[in-house]
Ligand binder design. Structure first.
Ligand code: GLR
Ligand code: MG
Length: 446
């Protein structure tokens, strides 16, 4: 039967973030995650990372009696059982995040996938194989490309919130990521600094912040500065279909694909508007909003609404994300992964999953560059030349640093509980008093 799980612990953790902007508002000074640490009776430790918040932490805690004592080789049965433990909650609208309602994100996130990850880490260590070798048809590539994820950044001095400053003056990226960047010129500077440190070949700009025309001017500036790079922009469905079509036709030469350029409007779902957008522009569409489960995906594919599904393993599971990657590859579509703010365990997980995704995949999203230096591992995976190399090291190929984990857990306990669940309106209200989220209005357009 192989080793059995000896212990399972759940650590809610916090880290620092920049004052980055998005449709849902402005990132808080802190972000939170939940870390699962398993040990087995062979003496190995397995880890998994997932979104923060008490809802997810409580779900994970409730899994402990169902995981401890179980054979790691039978982990699929264990994870499947967890999947069915928690029923639908009263305030789960079933809408998912197609309107980017951040309060619904916890229902799109599947907490058992953190346990799946930790169990696969243990199994990989037992079998002396990387997690990627245990997924789908095994390792498809050794070097996984990540994209440079760019954000507009606000001036922290407009708030009295404890945003991190001066935490890394080792290079331009370390400095610039905490400073305001609101213009095309500043975003190009941000991109150059990120490229100098990480070697990114391709970039994504988080949109849904300024007037759409201004954001497309930023995309054009990026294209002019990096003519060989693939540039995509993600306004999280904020633009009307008509605006998205007009702007993308105008700036077609600058974009490689569009991520959720429009969403639900006038009674039509995002699956319908994106289908029409694609017919009108012939520009490929990526999504992490309108296909976050298999039922949504069925409708999105029937309508030909998307070309690239950003199948985040935290939403789909590690096996689920690869099941999607295989299907997309067979159907001539493209796999990628979405991300939220995360620590380095997630970075290692993305690298393993992407290494097992067949065919042509799109560079993987990561927020990690905004958190670089706050890792929980003895050695964080390194993005070099825009890629992370997946070696033969077993499991996730990384080792948890318990001192760093406890420090991040202490920070979680120290911060105001109002930070436990992501709320991007709070910081935004320092910029625009009384600011309220509107899925159809860019954050600074009020
Ligand atoms: O691709 C995306 O939609 C994301 O990365 C979602 C995130 O929540 C992003 O908008 C953010 O960090 O503000
Ligand atoms: Mg997106």
């Amino acid at each position: 039967m192989g080793p059995k799980v000896k212990t399972m612990e759940v650590f809610p953790v916090a880290g620092y973030d920049s004052m980055t902007l998005t449709l849902s508002g402005c990132h808080s000074p802190y972000f939170t995650r939940n870390i699962v640490v398993l040990t087995d009776d062979a003496g190995h430790t397995g880890i998994g990372e997932i979104h923060g918040g008490e809802y997810t932490r409580q779900q994970l805690e409730s899994y402990i009696p169902h995981v401890v004592g179980q054979p790691i080789t039978d982990y699929r049965r264990v994870v499947n059982q967890l999947r069915h433990l928690n029923g639908k909650k009263a305030d789960d609208t079933g809408e998912g995040i197609q309107g980017l309602d951040i309060s619904q994100l916890k229902y799109v996130v599947q907490s058992e996938t953190a346990v799946e990850c930790a169990l696969m880490d243990l199994l990989g260590k037992f079998l002396e194989l990387p997690v990627a070798a245990l997924l789908g048809d095994g390792i498809q590539r050794r070097d996984v490309e990540f994209l440079g994820y760019l954000f507009y950044i606000e001036d922290t001095h407009k708030t009295d919130l404890p945003y991190l400053q001066d935490d890394d003056d080792s290079d331009d990226w370390g400095k610039l990521r905490r400073l305001p960047a609101m213009t095309p010129k500043a975003i190009v500077k941000e991109a150059k600094a990120a490229q100098n440190r990480y070697g990114f070949k391709n970039f994504k700009l988080k949109g849904g912040v300024l007037d759409p025309e201004l954001e497309m001017q930023t995309v054009k500036a990026l294209h002019d500065a990096f003519p060989a790079a693939h540039i995509n922009i993600d306004p999280n469905g904020a633009w009307s279909e008509a605006t998205a079509i007009a702007l993308v036709n105008k700036y077609k030469a600058a974009v490689t694909y569009m991520e959720d350029p429009c969403g639900p409007e006038n009674g039509y779902s995002g699956r319908e508007t994106l289908s029409e957008f694609k017919q009108a522009t012939h520009v490929p569409v990526a999504t992490n909003m309108i296909a976050t489960d298999w039922r949504q995906f069925q409708h999105a594919s029937a309508l030909k609404s998307v070309d690239i599904v950003l199948a985040d393993p935290h939403f789909w599971g590690l096996h689920g994300s690869i099941r999607m990657a295989q299907l997309l590859n067979d159907w001539g579509m493209t796999w990628g992964s979405h991300s939220n703010n995360h620590f380095d365990i997630t970075l290692a997980t993305y690298a393993q999953v992407a290494a097992a995704a067949p065919g042509h995949i799109t560079p993987v999203d990561t927020h990690y560059i905004w958190q670089d230096g706050q890792g929980l591992l003895k050695q964080s995976p390194e993005i070099r030349d825009g890629h992370i190399h997946v070696s033969d090291a077993p499991g996730l190929g990384v080792e948890i640093d318990m001192d760093k984990l406890h420090a991040a857990n202490d920070l979680y306990k120290k911060i105001d509980p109002m930070y436990y669940d992501r709320d991007d309106a709070r910081s935004m209200q320092y910029l625009i008093p009384g600011w309220q989220y509107d899925s159809k209005k860019p954050a600074l357009v009020r």
